[in-house]
Design a protein around this ligand. Structure first.
Ligand code: ADP
Ligand code: MG
Length: 693
């Protein structure tokens, strides 16, 4: 309402003051500059959607194509160097070094640079450092008395390492692309309606209250409400399901949906940064910052492991020759072993593939409309043992229908009228339903002093009379003489100035996939499903039996829900996890208390998206089991990688220490494991593709 006024004011101002016009001009100019900047960006090759993500990680990472060319050039130069050496057998050692230095530098200049940068930043022990040390060692070993020249081997090691990097780049690029494609919800432009004219502007410039035009085929750029026209919206990017949603005047629409047929005029209700599309993208982009246990383990492991390995290699190279008494005679042999040891021990397979697996898993989940806020929650999800549900809005639709009205000493219509007014500002599903049943929004009545009492009801002054609307608990609190009622369904009692005025029966329906969701969880091996509700025992029992929930607790206040969840947590073995699923309205404390809080996104309720660890974009409880399966799959792959890499590495390490592994085997082992692990990780991206949805 106030937004409409604002708009009128704006229009007036527009006509009257020149200042406004001037502002517009400045804005327009800025906007044109914006567009120009964006166009320039768009022209840059390969930047597409992944630009932001890559920037903060690694500015000078080479794109795969370039890396491939680099590897080819270096290989060509290596062959040339080899042939030259064959043709000129009389060359001095340093001359041959110079010849092989060409393919070596061509293939590994960026690795050397990274190692140098690492040292400059005080982070000495990274994989580039290991590789540089090993290869420089191999280049120089020929100069050690008794040492055999290993120039081509050194170049080989570098090349293999680069092949591994290439694979990593491709796999990561693919995951990123897949994720950004599926989250192709970032709006590019908005059609701003201004003085009857339509201007194409960037969404950042649009303000709350502005009017936008959304043409067929275009993305809805911001969250808002339809003020003219009707159409169906494709919500696939938000929910993973292509079922279109019909919208018409008065309906809320969310950024990221695609307008399929009709022309819509909308009023913006949230600025760009607060819009659903931005929030989701932000969430997915920063999912990596909440790391899983396996990821944390890997980074901690690498930090300790690498220096130890370098030290071990040094000891291996120097100690045996020193002990043998004939240092010069033995040094070359042991130096070679030390270098081989270094190459094998590079932990890149783990450092690279484990985060990649989680990245893919989070991507796979978001494709089916499940947003997981960090890989740590995948960890917990995979260990789920108990799933606790809130009833209203979670297992049931939360769209109540008024089935009957039982007034006492007042008109039925008046009872509904009062109830709807008390609920005027509430977002509770019951409130929304009562308002809908009453119809008229504003008929001039005054509503003041609204107080919502979670789990009980709501109180307000309507036209000067204090009206309470809520359950039996509320009636008891105010001492109203409420009536028992045997009809099934939820009962909303009403009292006026402390005197009982009758009750309204409302009925909710179960979500169509709720029963299947419970069954699927059982089939996935979840031990216990529990339903908690503030509704009355009778309703709870019926719903629980209907859906096949193991256990239910009714007539709970929000605080009781927290203590119930705590009780369940207490009874659970440490290694298992408890998941709480709620609709986000007054469930925030419980969501926070559970190991994993899953909220119904209610197609974008802010509170839900913020409080929860996981958000179901389309409010379907059946997605929970899918999310658990994806998480389990992801964790399994991460673990496979850890075991595979460690076993192979330890085996080669032992062989290398014993002098049984030639350098080429070490390199092959290292790169081979890396490639295997990376390919294995890439599989997570495709989990959930097998299923129908
Ligand atoms: P649930 O646990 O089913 O999600 P809540 O905890 O939100 O339900 O509410 C529990 C009960 O409290 C409701 O069944 C209703 O009787 C009463 N109640 C809560 N909020 C309201 C409201 N805004 N208007 C009327 N009754 C309410
Ligand atoms: Mg609820």
């Amino acid at each position: 309402m106030s937004k409409l006024e604002e708009e009128e004011k704006k229009a007036l101002a527009n006509a009257e003051t020149e200042q406004f016009e001037a502002d517009r001009l400045v804005k327009e100019k800025e906007h044109r500059e914006n567009i120009a900047a964006r166009n320039a960006e768009a022209k840059a090759p390969d930047d597409e959607e992944d630009a932001e993500g890559e920037e903060d990680e690694d500015e000078d990472e080479m794109p795969p194509k370039q890396k491939f060319i680099q590897i080819c050039i270096s290989t060509g130069l290596l062959i040339a160097a080899y042939l030259i050496n064959r043709a000129l057998p009389d060359l001095k050692m340093w001359q041959r070094l110079l010849i092989y230095l060409v393919p070596y530098l061509a293939g590994g200049f960026d690795v050397l640079r990274e190692a140098g940068e690492g040292i400059a930043h005080g982070e000495v022990f990274n994989e580039s450092f290991l590789m540089s040390l090993a290869t420089v060692g191999a280049l120089l070993i020929g100069f050690v008395p008794g040492g055999k020249a290993m120039f081509p081997e050194a170049v080989f090691v570098m090349l293999f390492f680069q092949v591994g990097e290439l694979f990593e780049g491709i796999a990561e690029g693919n995951s990123r692309k897949a994720i950004s494609q599926l989250l192709d919800i970032r709006p590019d432009t908005a059609n701003l309606v201004c003085d009857g004219e339509v201007k194409v502007v960037s969404p950042q410039e649009v303000q709350v209250g502005d009017i936008l035009l959304v043409k067929p085929g275009e993305k809805v750029p911001m969250d808002g409400v339809v003020i003219e026209g009707s159409s169906s919206l494709d919500t696939v990017a938000l929910t993973g399901e292509s079922l279109p949603r019909d919208v018409t005047v008065g309906d809320q629409i969310l950024s990221g949906c695609v307008n399929q047929n009709g022309m819509l005029r909308m009023r913006v209700e949230k600025e760009f940064g607060a819009s659903t599309a931005s929030k989701i993208l932000d969430l997915v982009e920063h999912a990596g910052s909440r790391k899983s246990r396996s990821e944390k383990f890997i980074s901690r492991f690498a930090a300790v492991y690498t220096p130890i390995v370098v030290l071990a290699a040094v000891v291996l190279a120097f100690l045996p020759p020193v002990l043998s008494g004939d240092f010069v005679g033995h040094f070359a042999t042991w130096l070679l072993r030390g270098l081989t040891f270094l190459i094998v021990s590079c932990p890149c397979a783990l450092v690279v593939s484990v985060p990649l697996a989680f990245f893919g898993g989070i991507g796979a989940a978001s494709r089916i409309g499940v947003l997981i806020k960090g890989s740590g929650y995948m960890d917990a999800l995979s260990r789920t043992d108990t799933v606790v549900f809130d009833k209203t809005g979670t297992l049931t639709k939360g769209v109540f229908e008024v089935t009957s009205i039982h007034p006492e000493a007042i008109e039925a219509k008046e009872l509904l009228h009062l109830a709807a007014h008390v609920e005027r500002y509430s977002t509770h599903p019951i409130a929304v339903s009562l308002r809908a049943a009453f119809g008229k929004e504003d008929d001039g009545c005054s509503v003041d002093d609204v107080e919502e009492i979670a789990g009980r009801g709501i109180r307000a002054k309507v036209n000067g009379r204090t009206v309470c609307v809520g359950n039996q608990k509320m009636m008891e609190d105010i001492g109203a003489d409420w009536k028992i009622c045997d009809e099934p369904g939820t009962i909303i009692h009403v009292a006026i100035d402390g005197k009982y005025a009758g009750h309204i029966h409302i009925n909710d329906v179960e979500k169509p996939d709720a029963r299947q969701a419970i069954a699927a969880l059982k089939a996935a091996g979840i031990h216990k499903t529990v339903m908690l509700t503030g509704d009355r025992e009778k309703v709870a029992q019926r719903v629980a039996e209907d859906l096949g929930v193991d256990e239910y607790h009714a007539e709970l206040l929000p605080a009781d829900k927290v203590s119930k969840v705590e009780e369940l947590l207490h009874n659970e073995p440490e290694k298992h996890a408890l998941v709480f699923v709620g609709d986000g309205i007054n469930d925030a404390p419980v969501l926070a208390r559970a190991d994993v809080g899953i909220a119904m996104g209610a197609l974008g309720s802010d509170a839900a998206i913020e409080a929860a660890d996981v958000v179901l974009m389309d409010d379907k409880p059946s997605k929970i089991e899918k999310a658990i399966r994806i998480s389990r799959h992801t964790i399994r792959i991460a673990k496979q990688n850890i075991v595979l890499a460690l076993v192979i590495k330890v085996a080669i390490l032992l062989l290398a220490a014993a002098g049984l592994a030639p350098m080429w085997l070490a390199v092959f082992g290292d790169t081979g494991v890396l490639i295997l692990c990376v390919l294995n990780s890439a599989r997570t991206l495709y989990t959930g593709r097998k299923g129908k949805q």
